[in-house]
Ligand binder design. Sequence first.
Ligand SMILES: Nc1ncnc2c1ncn2[C@@H]1O[C@H](COP(=O)(O)OP(=O)(O)OP(=O)(O)O)[C@@H](O)[C@H]1O
Length: 322
Amino acid sequence: MQSASVPPDRDAVVETRGLTKRYRGGQLAVDGLDLTVPRGSVFGFLGPNGSGKTTTIRMLLGLIEPSGGSVRLLGEPMPGTARRVLPRVGALIEGPALYGFLSGRDNLVRFDAADPTADPRTRASRVGRALERVGLTAAAGKKAKTYSLGMKQRLGLAAALLQPRELLVLDEPTNGLDPQGMREIRALVRELADDGTTVFLSSHLLDEIEQVCTHAAVMARGRLLTQGPVAELAAEARGRLAVATPDTAEAVRVLKEWGVTGLTVTDDRVTGELPTVDPPDPSDLNAALVGSGVRVRAFGTERASLEDVFVALTGEGFDVAG
Ligand SMILES: Nc1ncnc2c1ncn2[C@@H]1O[C@H](COP(=O)(O)OP(=O)(O)OP(=O)(O)O)[C@@H](O)[C@H]1O
């Protein structure tokens, strides 16, 4: 007989239902989260600082108890099956715990030795492969304390990659890195995904998610605002229109008539949002402007970004300062 409850999604590597965390002291950090991470995706978990990302990740990995709701990781209920499931999951949260006085290689040897399932006879080759994977072979003999932040982060990733993993969970993996370090981590994430690992990464950087992720979820104040393929999320938000013209007042009048909303004028530039229902063909809009005597210097429509999605959902800007 079929159960009346919703069956678990077999293709999901992470699935939460009503996941909630209220910290002692009453702070509701995560509020009724229904998250579905498809197998094979690079899933961006996006939200401003304090929106509940780390709390969620800690619950996914069984590091803290939810106050309510459920988590399935690789199809298994957590935290009940943690011992069976967690060896198939690599995680990098809050920076790796490294011994600064040991070399990069010896740090990995220690991590590997701490894993009771790891065969000591094949340790050296496992460590060598992990170093190679993250591009640290040449620096493997140097003390970890001499590593840059990006190298430390890569060493942490190497530790997570000592064993084959179905899922990698990375909490703000590029936080504090310089642009070069960020690029390296992103390239690595793409490579891992190409090899079939599902990657779940949190970030407060919108463009980072757009650059590397196939799917995303957007959090704000403990709640999930939206989730899905990045291309579809952006398509949900309305595209923006920008017109460069010296005749801004007349342009605003015409655009209003055509249903363009949120019109703003800065110097000789008018921007606005195209209507979602029955949007006009941009070429008709351009012709209407010119027909009304508006001298159009430049005319363009931009695809909506994840930031537009966030603003449309919350009515607020995305605070990336923190
Ligand atoms: N141990 C704790 N006890 C009480 N409140 C906490 C605790 N940890 C986090 N919080 C609060 O829960 C909320 C969510 O925090 P969380 O760290 O999960 O957010 P985040 O999105 O990961 O932010 P950040 O990017 O800054 O890490 C915040 O208001 C935070 O102050």
